[in-house]
Design a protein around this ligand. Structure first.
Ligand code: 9UX
Length: 68
């Protein structure tokens, strides 16, 4: 398992946090998700054999936020 911290831009309430968390948690290969509104970031643990950090960024952008 690997862990990555991704800066997430555009989250302005806990609903946004929930949307980002849900999208990441529903992604194959994701084992754990912690999204912080205050820090504006998502910490994700994932199986690199199944999903990549860049694919996780794409998931965040698909639900309408900026990921770097
Ligand atoms: Mo809060 Mo975010 O009302 O996509 S859910 S701004």
């Amino acid at each position: 398992m690997e862990e990555v911290t991704i800066k997430v831009g555009g989250m302005s309430c806990q609903g946004c946090v929930k949307n980002v968390t849900g999208a990441l948690a529903a992604t194959a290969g994701v084992a754990g998700v912690a999204v912080s509104l205050e820090a504006g970031e998502a910490r994700v643990s994932y199986d690199p054999a199944t999903v990549s950090a860049n694919a996780l960024r794409a998931v965040i952008e698909e639900v309408g936020f900026d990921a770097a």
